[in-house]
Write a protein that binds this ligand. Structure first.
Ligand SMILES: [Fe+2]
Length: 343
């Protein structure tokens, strides 16, 4: 191991000992600095980055033993070797319990001192490398977890688009609902975290349609009550599909996206503010896209008529705060023809 860049601070009140150690260690290629007291050591360390401190246990003023915990606290990565008289070996062991890496006894055998220094610095370097490796590993695991989650969500998103693409009337629906929902979320000043949940909730809200009969879904006429009931299972089925890969808030958005604000929706168990905010936003966004899109059984509603319909359903189907926020956004004046054309 090369020691040209290793830096050692020698702390001892006896100048002869400091010089002796400095001479020996400098000859071995270490860069050395000296301090004659604990106070001077603390002062020097403000500008001198030491890899190792040789610390005399007994010094006038603050002793090395008192300084040790403070050094460990301020410089946890710096190795410390205690220097002590043979008769104080027990105290030296106590110092090791307090975090010292090793100890040497006076009078010094300089060759042993060199060996101790070398061994301690090697141990410190290894510990440092292990720590770095662990941190790197931890970071890699976190990155890969995010990547895997993204892949899962991306696959489900692709499934939604594939489902919608089969039907010219619903193609691009989720993407448009996503844009409308995000515009409402921004109008309501939602936090970044809530917007992220809304993003996934809106993109995935109709994934449960995979369980809906194609004939019922594309039926050109009015649905019978039984058919309506069948189609509406998609909210619950969808929540079950996304549950393993998204957080609870996104699951709730998908589960409740057809709930009516006043509680009058099919098999609805909660109402008003008990319905998750993301689901209340999605209810408006979903209805807007449905109304302004052409369906097998009716043409698209003109924008102004659709706006009136949203207003008419405030407090019954829609949360007033959410619906009014939507009516302030640019999206409430557009039918997303650009997006529809792109799909
Ligand atoms: Fe839906």
């Amino acid at each position: 191991m090369t020691n040209h860049e290793q830096r050692i601070l020698i702390v001892d009140d006896e100048v002869t000992i400091r010089r002796l150690l400095r001479q020996k260690l400098s000859r071995q290629g270490y860069h050395c600095e000296e301090a004659c007291s604990s106070d001077e050591a603390l002062e020097k360390l403000k500008t001198y980055t030491a890899d190792l401190i040789m610390l005399d246990m007994k010094m006038p003023g603050m002793s090395g033993m008192d300084l040790l915990p403070e050094l460990k606290h301020i410089y946890p990565n710096t190795a410390i070797i205690m220097a002590t008289a043979v008769a104080e070996a027990n105290l030296a062991i106590q110092c090791m319990r307090l975090g010292a890496d090793d100890y040497i006894t006076k009078p010094f055998n300089l060759d042993e001192v060199t060996l101790n220094v070398e061994k301690t610095l090697e141990k410190r370097m290894l510990e440092h490398k292990i720590k770095e490796y662990q941190e790197h590993l931890q970071q890699k695991v976190e990155e890969q977890t995010v990547e895997i989650r993204k892949l899962f969500l991306g696959s489900i998103e692709a499934l939604v688009y594939a489902l919608e693409a089969k039907d010219q009337y619903t193609a691009g629906h989720s993407r448009r609902v996503h844009e409308i929902a995000m515009a409402i979320g921004r109008e309501l000043n939602l936090s970044e975290e809530d917007l992220e949940n809304l993003r996934w909730g809106s993109l995935l809200h109709d994934v449960g349609k995979i369980a809906v009969d194609k004939y019922v879904q594309n039926k050109p006429g009015k649905l019978t009550p039984a058919e309506y009931e069948h189609i509406m299972i998609h909210a619950h089925v969808g929540a079950g599909i996304v549950k393993p890969v998204v957080n609870e808030k996104v699951v709730e958005i998908v589960e409740h996206h057809h709930d009516h604000y006043d509680g009058s929706g099919l098999h609805q168990v909660i109402s008003r503010e008990d319905i998750p905010l993301g689901a209340r936003i999605l209810a408006v966004a979903d209805a807007w896209d449905a109304m302004t899109s052409t369906r097998p059984y009716r043409p698209a509603l003109p924008v102004e008529e659709a706006r009136q319909e949203i207003k008419r359903c405030i407090r019954t189907q829609f949360d007033p705060v959410v619906a009014n926020a939507f009516l302030k956004t640019d999206t409430s004046y557009s039918t997303f023809e650009r997006v529809k054309a792109a799909v």
